[in-house]
Design a binder for this molecule. Sequence first.
Ligand SMILES: Nc1ncnc2c1ncn2[C@@H]1O[C@H](COP(=O)(O)OP(=O)(O)OP(=O)(O)O)[C@@H](O)[C@H]1O
Ligand SMILES: O=P(O)(O)OC[C@H]1O[C@H](OP(=O)(O)OP(=O)(O)O)[C@H](O)[C@@H]1O
Length: 323
Amino acid sequence: MDFSDLDDRLLFAIPKKGRLHENCLTLLKGADIQFHRRNRLDIALSTNHPVALVFLPASDIATFVGEGNVDLGITGQDMVAEAGVHVDELTQLGFGKCNLSVQVPISSKYTNAKELVGKRIVTSFSGIVRRYFDSLEAGATEEEAAAGLIKSSATTKKEQLLAALPEPKTTIHLASGSVEAACALGLADGIVDLVESGETMREAKLHQIATLLSSQAVLICNPKRRHTNPLIETFRRRIEGVIAAQKYVLCNYNIARESLAAAVKITPGKKAPTVSPLEDGAWVAVSAMVQKATIADIMDQLEEIGASDILVFQIHNCRVVSA
Ligand SMILES: Nc1ncnc2c1ncn2[C@@H]1O[C@H](COP(=O)(O)OP(=O)(O)OP(=O)(O)O)[C@@H](O)[C@H]1O
Ligand SMILES: O=P(O)(O)OC[C@H]1O[C@H](OP(=O)(O)OP(=O)(O)O)[C@H](O)[C@@H]1O
C-alpha cells in the first residue's frame, strides 16, 4: 500500500480493538466513511474521502489527538482525563458508558477513599489516581478531588511533573489488566477500575466506595485543527445524526381531532409533531420522533386516549438538533 499521500489526508484515530471498536465501525458506516483495511495494517485509506483511518489502542488516542499526531479520534473520556492533554470534545457518543471507581474487598474495613490515603492502590489509570489521591492528601474532600480531575485534565505534562514533586504518601501501582485481582493477591488495599454492570467487581468480591469520574466514548479533535479542515465539522454532524437515529424511532398514528392536544403532549416530537389531515375531517394523522427506550409506554398511552393504527418505524439516519 502507498501511504505517500498521507500528508493531504485528515487522520482519524479509531480504537483498534476492545470495548469501543465495534461501535466505532458502526458510526463510520453510518457516516459513510468508506475504507478498505488490509489484513494486519493499522492505517486504512478512505475510498470516498481524503481521510486516513488510524487504528490505535484506545489508551493512546487522546495523546495522539492532543499532541497533533492525528486530527480526530474516538476514545473514552476516562482516557482523555488519564492522558492529561487538551483536546476539543466534539460530541458524546452514548456508548462505552462506565464509572471509574475506588473499590475495596467487601470484607475490608475501609468505607471511603480518604481512608485509603497512605495505603496501596493498583490501577490502570495511574495519572488520574495520582491526581485524585494528591488532592485527598492535600485535604480535599472526595467530591473536590473528583471535580479537580476534569479541570486538571488540561494541565501540561510539565505541570503534572511539578505537581508530582512532593513525596506522595499513597502508593499507586500501575497494572495494565486484571486489576480486580490485586486485593485478593495481597498487592493492594484498594483498586481503581472501571465499572459498568458491576459483574467483574462482584465476582472479585469487591465493592465501590467512591466514584472518580463517569465516562463515555467521545469524538475528540486537536484544538488547533478544528477549524482548518471542514471535514471535521461534516463528520461531527454525520456522527451525531447516526447517534440520534439509534436513539429514536418514528411513531405514526391516527387520532380524533378532539384528542390531538392530549396526543401532542404524549408525542411532542423533537420540535413539534407533523400533523396531517385525513379524508375523515374528524381525524388527523400524527408523525413524531420518540425515544426508542420509551416507545412501549408511549404506545400504551396513545391507545388509552383512542389513537389507532399506531406504527413504529426504525430511523436509519437523521439530522436533528441534539437534545
Ligand atoms: N465494562 C465497560 N463498559 C463500558 N465501557 C467500558 C468498559 N470497559 C471499558 N470501557 C470503555 O472503553 C474504553 C476502552 O476499554 P478497553 O477495555 O477496550 O480498552 P483497553 O483494553 O485498555 O484498550 P487497549 O487494549 O486498546 O489499550 C475504556 O477506556 C472505557 O472508556
Ligand atoms: O462492570 P463490568 O460490566 O463487569 O465491566 C467492568 C470491567 O470491564 C473492563 O474490563 P474488560 O472486560 O474490558 O477487560 P480488561 O480488564 O481486559 O480491559 C474493566 O476494566 C472492568 O474490569
